[in-house]
Structure formats: C-alpha cells, structure tokens
Write a protein that binds this ligand. Structure first.
Ligand SMILES: [Zn+2]
Length: 230
C-alpha cells in the first residue's frame, strides 16, 4: 500500500511540475513478470524497439535481485520514461526513471544504466544521505548485478593518486568493493540499510570496520588491490 501511495503521489507531482514542457507520449506499454511491473513510456520518435526490449529485460533481470538483497519492500511497479527533454544520461525520482534517448543511440550497449538507476528506487533514502555514498552504492550495485558491463566497456577504475572516497560513482564503488573484501563482507548491506532507515552517521564506519572512513581510505590507497572477479 505504501508503495502504491508513493507512486501515485510521484505521478501527481511530476504532472504539475512538468505540465508546461511535457512532451506527448508516443507509446505506453505495461509489462508485468512475476510480482514486478514496468510501465514503459516512450516520448522519442524512432526510439529503437530493440533498445526498449533490452531496457525492459534488464529491469526484470536486475531489479528483483537488487530488491532481494537490499530492500524487499521496494516499489513493485516502476515507470521508465524515454524523454528527449532530459539532457543528462538518466535520472530517478521516486518510482520514475527518465532516460535520454540520445545516450542509447550513441551508447547502445550501456544497458546497465538501468541497473544503476533502479537501485536508486531500491535505496529509497529519505534522510539527506551523503550523495557520494548514494551514487557509490548505485555503481557498486551496477558492478555486482550488471548484465552487459563488459560489452559497454564499463569497469571500476583502479586506484589512482588524487582520488578520494567522496568522488562518488565508480571511484567510491571500487573503494566499497575493496572495503567489503578487507574489512567487512556485509559493509554495503549495512550502510544501505542505515541510509534507508535514517540511522546512518559517519561513526557507523567505525562500528562496521573498526576504522573511520578516512582511515579505511588510507588503507585502500596504500594497498588498493581487490579481487575483481564476481
Ligand atoms: Zn545515480
């Protein structure tokens, strides 16, 4: 029930906010497999039906696995909007992911944009979480659950001097992977849960690993090797 209410609220809000500039829907497909649904709304003339199918298949592949590991109470129904009015790569708000169609014209193999974005729905952080950690966990999840990263040539970067854990995205994801292998195998799960229930504080790193995040990063910088096999 909570999920349905949230979804309805999100739609009503975006309807008001974007009413002025909203492009018309060219198609709307509702697909349900098992307990999960995606409503796929296309606003881009000529958007590839192959890419559409791949984005939908990715959703049904990765979202249930992310939900199972991190948040079984996540939304059961998600909206995907292919929106030429959006000029980033993709963005997620409540239960809606907006994708820039041009990105997939230029990067047709980058299907795991889905894996990153739907993790933001699973995360459901509402207590002013640190953005670097939110994005780091989303890219960690893309690394762990991704289905097409190799074809997309998407990898976690090796440590380089000058990086910091607050760089977010792949840099933070690589650090989280290392920390899970060297300090606490449940680290990401515990951070994620605390971020969702509002109990996250920087001291949590000490409780989970015996070190502050700065101390842990110093250990990473000194010896950054990690097992990159999944
Ligand atoms: Zn993100």
């Amino acid at each position: 029930m909570r999920a349905l209410t949230l979804l309805a609220t999100g739609l009503a809000l975006s309807g008001r906010v974007f009413a002025q500039t909203e492009l018309p829907e060219l198609s709307r497909d509702t697909v349900t497999r098992g307990k999960y649904t995606v409503i796929f709304i296309n606003k881009a003339p000529g958007f590839s039906t192959i890419t559409q199918r791949r984005l939908i298949d990715a959703y049904f592949d990765v979202y249930p696995r992310e939900a199972k590991r991190f948040n079984p109470h996540t939304l059961r129904s998600v909206n995907f909007v292919i929106d030429p009015a959006y000029d980033g790569v993709a963005a997620t708000d409540a239960g809606t992911v907006r994708y820039n169609p041009d990105w997939f014209v230029k990067h047709p193999e980058d299907i795991d944009v889905v894996t990153h974005e739907v993790m933001h729905i699973v995360q459901d952080y509402r207590h002013d979480p640190p953005g670097w950690l939110t994005e780091g966990i989303a890219d960690y999840t893309r690394y762990v659950f991704g289905i097409n990263n190799t074809a997309a040539r998407w990898t976690l970067p090796d440590y380089r001097e000058g990086q910091g854990y607050e760089n977010a995205y792949r840099v933070t994801a690589r650090f989280l992977l290392w920390a899970e292998q060297h300090a606490n195998p449940r680290l990401v799960d515990r951070l994620d849960a605390a971020l969702r229930d509002g109990t996250y504080k920087p001291e949590l790193w000490v409780r989970l690993t015996g070190k502050t995040v700065d101390e842990l990063w110093a250990g990473y910088a000194a010896n950054p090797a990690a097992d990159m096999r999944k």
